[in-house]
Design a protein around this ligand. Structure first.
Ligand code: XIL
Length: 298
C-alpha cells in the first residue's frame, strides 16, 4: 500500500495522527491528513480545560467537529484525555478532596457519555505516575483525592461508554524501567480485581536513541491481556530519526496486541516540540526519510 493508514490496515492496525479542529481550514495540511491517516486524536480539543471551561458547562464544538470529520472519512478516533493533572480548567485546580473527586468523576461520565459510541479508545487517565521512583504516583491534585482515583475513573468511563477501549497513557515508559514497571503492576492489579482496563498507551516522545527493551516492554503489557498502542510518537531530529521511527514500527508489528501507532502531529511545523522537527513531514508537507522508513516497515 502507498499510505501509512492503508499499510497499517493490512495487518489490522491503524496509523493515526494528533490534530485539531482549528487546522481544518489549512488545505495542504488536510490533504496530508486525509491521504495518510486512518485514525485521529485531538491534540487538545478533548482535554478538561477545553471541554468543561466552567464547572458543569460543557463545550464539545471542536471535539464534535473532529469526530464528524473522522466519521466522514472512515477514520477511527482516539479520545484524549479524560483525567490528567495538566490542562485542567482553573476552577478544578482550585478544588480538592471530595469536591475535586466528584467533579473529576462527573467530568469522566459527562464527556464519555457525550462521545459514547464514537470513540475507539479513550485515554481515561494520563500521566499519573512519577518518573522513576519505583512507580510512585505523581503528587497531583487528583492523587490527593485518594489512591483509588484511577480505578474510579476507569469504572466511570466503562459505565458511560461500554464500547470504547479504556487506556492508561504515559511517557518515559519506552523501555522496562521503574516507571513502566509501576504501571505494569497497576495493570496487573486491575486485571486481577476486575477493574475495567483494555489498553496501555506508550506516548513515545523520543530523543535520539531508542531503549533496547522497547519491544520487550510492549510484549510484557500484551501478556497481561491488554492491547498496547503507541499514542504520541515523535522523535527528535538527528541522524537516527528514520531508524528510530522504523524500529518503533517494527516493535509494534512484532506484538499481535500492539494495535496501532499515532504520531503527535502532521508536519514538523505543527509539532509541540518546537525546533526539534520530530515528525514524518517537513514544514512544506514533503515526506521525510522517516516517513519512507515507516512506510517500508509497515
Ligand atoms: C501537548 C500538546 O501537543 C500541546 O499543544 C499543548 O500545549 C500541551 O500538550 N503528553 C500528552 C499530550 O499527553 O496531551 C501533550 O500534548 C504532550 C505530552
Amino acid at each position: 500500500a502507498t499510505t501509512l493508514g492503508a499499510s497499517a490496515a493490512q495487518t489490522g492496525r491503524y496509523f493515526g495522527v494528533a490534530t485539531a479542529a482549528f487546522k481544518f481550514t489549512d488545505t495542504p495540511y488536510m490533504t496530508i491528513l486525509n491521504r495518510e491517516f486512518n485514525s485521529v486524536v485531538p491534540e487538545n480539543d478533548m482535554k478538561w480545560d477545553a471541554t468543561e471551561p466552567q464547572q458543569g458547562r460543557f463545550t464539545f464544538t471542536n471535539g464534535d467537529r473532529l469526530v464528524s470529520h473522522a466519521q466522514s472519512r472512515g477514520m477511527t478516533v482516539r479520545g484524549h484525555a479524560l483525567l490528567w493533572h495538566a490542562q485542567q480548567p482553573s476552577w478544578a485546580q482550585g478544588l480538592s478532596g471530595s469536591a475535586l473527586r466528584s467533579a473529576a468523576i462527573n467530568h469522566v461520565t459527562q464527556v464519555a457519555t457525550h462521545f459514547r459510541g464514537k470513540i475507539h479508545s479513550w485515554d481515561v487517565v494520563n500521566e499519573a505516575f512519577a518518573d522513576g521512583g519505583g512507580g510512585a504516583r505523581r503528587d497531583s491534585n487528583l492523587q490527593r483525592t485518594g489512591n483509588d482515583w484511577i480505578e474510579a475513573a476507569f469504572r466511570a468511563a466503562r459505565a458511560a461508554d461500554p464500547g470504547a477501549k479504556l487506556c492508561y497513557n504515559d511517557y518515559n515508559t519506552d523501555g522496562i524501567n521503574a516507571k513502566s514497571t509501576g504501571i505494569y503492576n497497576m495493570v496487573r492489579d486491575f486485571k486481577s480485581r476486575g477493574v475495567p482496563i483494555d489498553c496501555v498507551g506508550l506516548q513515545s516522545h523520543l530523543g535520539t536513541t531508542l531503549d533496547s527493551t522497547y519491544q520487550q516492554n510492549i510484549q510484557r503489557f500484551a501478556d497481561l491481556g491488554v492491547d498496547v498502542q503507541i499514542t504520541e510518537l515523535d522523535v527528535q531530529q538527528g541522524a537516527n530519526q528514520a531508524n528510530i521511527f522504523a524500529s518503533v514500527t517494527r516493535a509494534c508489528l512484532a506484538v499481535a496486541r500492539c494495535t496501532g501507532i499515532t504520531v503527535w502531529g502532521v508536519r514538523d511545523s505543527d509539532s509541540w516540540r518546537t525546533g526539534q522537527n520530530p515528525l514524518l513531514f517537513d514544514a512544506n508537507g514533503n515526506k521525510k526519510a522517516a516517513y519512507t522508513a515507516v512506510l517500508n516497515t509497515l
